[in-house]
Design a binder for this molecule. Structure first.
Ligand SMILES: *[C@@H]1O[C@H](CO)[C@@H](O)[C@H](O)[C@H]1NC(C)=O
Ligand SMILES: *[C@@H]1O[C@H](CO)[C@@H](O)[C@H](O)[C@H]1NC(C)=O
Ligand SMILES: *[C@@H]1O[C@H](CO)[C@@H](O)[C@H](O)[C@H]1NC(C)=O
Ligand SMILES: *[C@@H]1O[C@H](CO)[C@@H](O)[C@H](O)[C@H]1NC(C)=O
Ligand SMILES: *[C@@H]1O[C@H](CO)[C@@H](O)[C@H](O)[C@H]1NC(C)=O
Ligand SMILES: *[C@@H]1O[C@H](CO)[C@@H](O)[C@H](O)[C@H]1NC(C)=O
Length: 260
């Protein structure tokens, strides 16, 4: 019974892969619930700042920032307006073996009860299986390798450091200072996300960068971006322009209260 099921899965993924090779972007495939037709046009490349990641995690004992993490880390690469495109496409730890040292450094889990691999697996199933209709992301290995390449190309840490934007507990920044520091690298193709910390302080926690389906910076589909903002509740809210914003340092001992 089990092996019969496996062969069905295998056959349908083989058909699926052939489908992609032949029809490229227009591939259509079916899961038990929906037809996914690779109809998205933009993606969000989302980076997170470990210094404020734990601020809005309710359970204060569950959050942990490993001591080897000092820089912005990856949250994910997400095609807009589609997710969980195929439960037929499993990912195994062995697929990522070659990439694992980089993934651990750049795409770690900060939740104690969720292993690094579980985080990667969840991101693959929710988002990677949708991105997988594009050739350069058409397997777990290729998807994760592409995301690591993007992280290397968009070196946020260096750009911020050279603009004099440093993590601090006692200095906060105007929206325009943070935004302006990134424009030379990213143009206007990004959104800053904040969370509200202790004493109502706004803390910068995420950076969402817009990419086209062909993995170039920017998204032409403004309407798609707008509807995704309404549709997908995420960590935090757009950083406010009417108050200053903290860029908290990473506090490994008290990640939920970096500045108390
Ligand atoms: C793409 O197709 C899926 C599945 O039919 C649908 O849920 C989604 O809204 C579509 N997205 C766009 C941008 O049309
Ligand atoms: C997960 O990644 C973190 C951060 O790099 C690392 O410290 C930790 O050892 C990794 N966990 C495992 C089980 O590899
Ligand atoms: C972390 O960021 C610093 C710049 O602030 C940079 O020099 C260093 O190479 C980065 N490390 C990694 C692993 O990206
Ligand atoms: C501001 O905080 C930094 C550490 O985040 C510290 O090194 C510096 O001395 C502080 N400056 C003042 C004026 O308190
Ligand atoms: C990528 O797609 C965008 C938007 O569709 C387009 O403007 C751009 O020319 C494409 N770039 C490449 C290298 O194909
Ligand atoms: C900033 O604006 C938001 C809504 O636009 C409002 O809720 C908030 O109270 C304002 N904050 C300050 C400090 O004026």
């Amino acid at each position: 019974m089990a092996s019969y099921k496996m062969s069905i899965i295998w056959v349908s993924s083989a058909v699926l892969l052939i489908g992609w090779v032949i029809t490229q972007d227009q591939a259509t495939w079916t899961t038990t619930q929906t037809i996914h037709s690779c109809n998205w046009t933009c993606m969000l490349f989302t980076l997170q700042w470990p210094g404020s990641f734990c601020l809005n995690i309710d359970n204060k004992n569950i959050c942990r920032i490993p001591h080897n993490i000092h820089n912005w880390t990856i949250h994910g690469l997400w095609p807009l307006n589609d997710h969980y495109c195929c439960s037929c496409w499993p990912i195994f730890h062995s697929h990522l073996q070659e990439l694992e040292p980089d993934l651990c450094q750049l795409w770690p889990s900060f939740i104690k009860t969720r292993s690094n691999f579980t985080f990667w697996k969840d991101e693959w199933l929710k988002h990677g299986t949708c991105a997988g209709c594009v050739e350069s992301m058409s397997s777990p290995f290729l998807y994760f390798r592409t995301v690591l390449k993007l992280r290397a190309l968009f070196d946020i840490d260096n750009v911020l450091a050279s603009a004099g934007i440093k993590p601090s507990c006692n200095v906060s920044y105007k929206y325009d200072e943070l935004h302006g520091a990134l424009v030379p690298l990213l143009g206007d193709n990004f959104v800053l996300q904040c969370v509200t910390g202790d004493e109502e302080r706004e803390a910068w926690v995420q950076l969402k960068i817009h990419f086209s389906k062909n993995i170039t910076l920017g998204c032409q589909a403004e309407d798609e971006l707008k509807s995704s903002r309404v549709m997908t509740p995420t960590n935090g809210h757009p950083c406010p322009k009417n108050t200053t914003i903290f860029y908290f340092p990473i506090n490994y001992e008290h990640p939920k209260q970096p500045c108390t």
